[in-house]
Design a protein around this ligand. Structure first.
Ligand SMILES: Cc1cc2nc3c(=O)[nH]c(=O)nc-3n(C[C@H](O)[C@H](O)[C@H](O)COP(=O)(O)OP(=O)(O)OC[C@H]3O[C@@H](n4cnc5c(N)ncnc54)[C@H](O)[C@@H]3O)c2cc1C
Length: 443
């Protein structure tokens, strides 16, 4: 129902931890973005594929940007692409790749919108090499009641530009963005380096800091904790590595995935999956890697996500500074051995940036820990222990990922929390833009 109308819709976060009946508007004209009653709480909604409820809840009207998905201008020589903010990252990559360019920084879900990638300042396949999404955005156009429509960039409305990245929609609706594209590698070759634990993974990640693709997959079971593989995607000119470069639209991971009626990821299921992963992926060696698969490796993960069943999952992602990472990982191994939580999978990534506001950035190693049935008492206790351990070791949480994090933990973990909050409030008079995430974390 496009236009001014507002419909009541049941929405759920991707991790299934928050559901609400929400008022949703799908404007299809720019003037309709500003047609709600002036004091109506509101929040932009892009692809709606965040693990957390960032684009709904909190009594806000969700304004869906799906109709604003056009590619507006393209400079094929300079690699500059202006798009509407509802355009999906998978579609933008298809267009860019077809013209000899790509976005090096892209999240794993192809249905994330450009607006959502900006508002969450997402990272891609190697944040240590590429930085976060802001590094490839030249300018944005934003609209908000009272302020109207403005253009912001590193040299114009700079404060607003900076606050909008990891601003979670609270600075207004991004309507357009001009993106800086890069030349894709001619081909990729994937090197697999098996690791026994996180200390070894950290060494391998640091040594491969300049690879276009770099992340680890790890077993989270007691007795196997941290064992896995670091995947290093390197640019290659070898003819046998030249494979189809375009991700096919039909393969895109759906925005919502119907859960299986039973949970696959119990202790036995996790053991089978890890054994299979070990045999399939954790052998040393190298093989050609299609850029499409490198960019969206989760396109084949429908069963994986469905396997969490109705109770869903949580992804807790913490970035821990290098100097504390080994101690953090050691403490985590002890906690896992003692409390025996269920952990489906852990992914590791290297970061080399500096945090700004609420952004998920810094110099260190991030672990994304995927946990089934987070409402169960053992699982909930583990999530609390993980947050405590991460905070003690200087860890920083990814607010767009973890539904169970509370305001007190976020405030302790994020240095300069109050200043970041005040910066957002300055661009959000009366707290007009809000969401479940904004309420829960008291942003
Ligand atoms: C399977 C999966 C894989 C993922 N992989 C990664 C990854 O590799 N790296 C990573 O960093 N993240 C990753 N994410 C997280 C995801 O990329 C972010 O949550 C992203 O914000 C989703 O974009 P969206 O368009 O769906 O945003 P939504 O979920 O719709 O909204 C997210 C936030 O963006 C705001 N927003 C959306 N559009 C606009 C707009 N036009 N103007 C202003 N604000 C707006 C919303 O208000 C909200 O606060 C992953 C998520 C999933 C489920």
């Amino acid at each position: 129902m496009r236009g001014y109308a507002i419909a009541d819709v049941d929405l759920a976060s991707f991790d299934r931890q928050f559901r609400a009946r929400c008022r949703v508007q799908w404007p299809d004209r720019y003037r309709l973005l500003d047609a709600l009653p002036a004091d109506a709480p509101r929040i932009a909604r892009g692809g709606g594929v965040s693990y957390v409820a960032a684009s709904f809840g909190g009594d806000a009207i969700s304004q869906g940007l799906g109709a604003f998905d056009r590619l507006l201008a393209f400079d094929a020589d300079a690699g500059r692409l202006t798009v509407e903010a509802g355009a999906r990252i998978g579609d933008v990559q298809r267009f860019a790749l077809a013209h000899g360019w790509y976005l090096p920084i892209a999240p794993g879900h192809p249905r994330a919108s450009i607006g959502g990638c900006i508002a969450a300042d997402v990272h891609g396949k190697n944040p240590a090499r590429d930085g976060t999404f802001r590094a490839q955005v030249e300018a944005i156009e934003l609209t908000a009641p009272m302020r109207g429509t403005v253009v912001a960039s590193a040299s114009r409305n700079t404060e607003l530009f900076n606050a909008t990245f990891a601003g979670f929609g609270l600075t207004g609706i991004v309507t357009r963005a001009t993106l800086r594209l890069a030349r894709p590698p001619a081909a990729l070759v994937l090197r697999r380096v098996p690791v026994r634990d996180f200390a070894e993974a950290a060494r391998v990640l640091r040594e491969a800091a300049n690879a276009p693709v770099l992340y680890g997959w790890h077993d989270g079971r007691p007795g196997h904790f941290g064992r896995g593989v670091v995947r290093i995607g390197l640019a290659s000119d070898a003819p046998e590595t030249k494979r189809a470069m375009l991700p096919r639209a039909g393969r895109d991971l759906p925005a919502s995935i119907t859960p299986l009626p039973f949970a696959l990821w119990n202790r036995a299921g996790i053991a089978v999956a890890n054994t299979w992963l070990g045999l399939r992926w954790c052998r040393p060696g190298q093989s050609p890697l299609a850029l499409a698969d490198a960019l969206f490796p989760l396109n084949d993960a429908r069963t994986y996500f469905a396997g969490y069943g109705n109770n869903g999952m949580v992804e807790a992602q913490w970035l821990v500074p290098h100097a504390r990472f080994e101690a953090f990982a050691g403490g985590l191994a002890d906690t896992v051995a003692r409390d025996r939580p269920l952990i489906a999978l852990i992914a590791s990534k290297l970061f080399a940036g500096a945090p700004d506001g609420f952004s998920f950035d810094g110099a260190g190693i991030a672990l994304a820990i995927q946990i089934p049935a987070p409402a169960e008492s053992r699982q909930r206790a583990f999530l609390g222990a993980l947050a405590e351990l991460a905070i003690v070791h200087g860890g920083r949480p990814n607010l767009i990922k973890e539904s169970t994090l509370d305001a007190a933990a976020a405030r302790r973990a994020i240095a300069g929390f109050d200043a970041a909050r005040a910066r957002l409030a300055a661009h959000n008079p009366g707290g007009l833009h809000t969401s479940e995430l904004a309420r829960r974390i008291a942003l």
